[in-house]
Write a protein that binds this ligand. Structure first.
Ligand code: FE
Length: 344
């Protein structure tokens, strides 16, 4: 359902206040061919009402001919910033970048963040942004979960469906996504509300079992029959199941990259305003599926790169899979039990 410009301006003001925007700071709104016009115009208005200096940088899209879908998260690799020194300089000179384009993790983004520039990604449609305007409570809850992962050396995930998946921890940092950027050099995504880390390289092992109704992204589908992944030494070695598994296998094979099968980020959803059921209500091109990634109590795991956390693995293929009804244990202690978050 459409939302008013007024409501979206107020939402942006809240997000910008949480992101510590001060009068006189420089904001660059990064846009491209798929940027939502209302999101852009209301971001610019909100930033101006708060006394910021506002720029817009519009860059042409890349990788369209290589990706198998229109989803911005479906193909990682070069970005419109690759080799674009003028654009990189503009973003480095900005205090805050509102990424309405989907820049994604790249060496250029890391370089910009290292200068202290904060980057907030916001590409879901306006009504989803409005439903999940972040607040301090989201931050506190995600930070508390992050602290629990930081103190742990193993994550073990089980389910009645047959999941039995082991991930040694400690090599990579924990990443908190709560929807605003309140520290220099911070990247975040509005909407979000989940915590993640990465298993130590070449160590994750066991069996990942998806049940009917679990979600594949960027496929943006609810699977119709169970699917099982065998994981050995950090990589998926077999994907078994029915037609959903066959479709996933062919999609992943198209990248011709063994790194596509590596276990990437692992964590769980903490956002009560995100819903498992929402994906079924949307056209596939209208959303990138943040409800699915963030809904409370999911176990979210992914396949592909780990350069987002400072690892060396890059691959164009990235699959995110939120799984319901799992129990997640850190060093033997349940933090999610059968899909219900157990807060401290
Ligand atoms: Fe992911």
């Amino acid at each position: 359902m459409p939302v008013s410009d007024h409501a979206l301006v107020l939402a942006w003001q809240q997000v910008l206040e949480l992101s510590r925007l001060e009068p006189g700071q420089t904001i660059t709104v990064l846009t491209s061919a798929s940027t939502h016009p209302q999101t852009m115009s209301t971001a610019i208005t909100a930033a101006q009402t708060m006394g910021a200096i506002v720029n817009r940088l519009d860059l042409p899209p890349v990788n369209g001919e290589k990706a198998l879908s229109r989803d911005a998260l479906a193909y990682l690799g070069t970005t419109p910033l690759t080799g674009n020194h003028a654009a990189i300089a503009m973003l480095k000179a900005s205090d805050l970048v509102l990424d309405l384009m989907t820049l994604l993790f790249s060496p250029e983004q890391m370089e910009i963040l290292e200068t202290g520039t904060r980057i907030l990604l916001a590409v879901e449609p306006p009504e989803i942004l409005l439903r999940m305007v972040p607040n301090e409570g989201d931050r506190a809850r995600v930070k508390a979960a992050a602290a629990r992962i930081e103190a742990a050396r193993s994550m073990h995930i089980v389910s009645d469906a047959g999941m039995d998946f082991h991930c040694p921890l400690g090599q990579f940092p924990v990443i908190s996504e709560y929807g605003f950027v309140d520290e220099p050099g911070r990247w975040d995504h509005w909407p979000s509300g989940f915590v993640l880390t990465f298993p130590d390289d070449n160590t994750a092992h066991g069996r990942i079992v998806l049940d009917k109704g679990d979600i594949l992204l960027p496929q943006k589908c609810y699977i119709a029959e169970p699917m099982e992944f065998t994981v050995e030494a950090g990589y998926v070695t077999h994907i078994e199941g029915g037609v959903d598994a066959a479709l996933l296998r062919e999609y992943m094979e198209s990248f011709e990259d063994p790194e596509a099968y590596a276990i990437s980020h692992i964590g769980w959803g903490l956002q009560p305003r995100a819903k498992w059921s929402t994906l079924g209500l949307y056209d596939k091109e209208a959303t990138i599926g943040m409800d699915a990634r963030a809904f409370e109590g999911n176990f979210l795991f992914s396949l592909g790169p780990n350069n987002e956390a400072g690892g060396s693995r890059t691959t164009a293929c990235h699959i995110d899979i939120p799984v319901r009804h799992c129990t997640v244990r850190l060093d033997g202690v349940d933090v999610v039990r059968r899909g219900k978050v157990l807060d401290d």
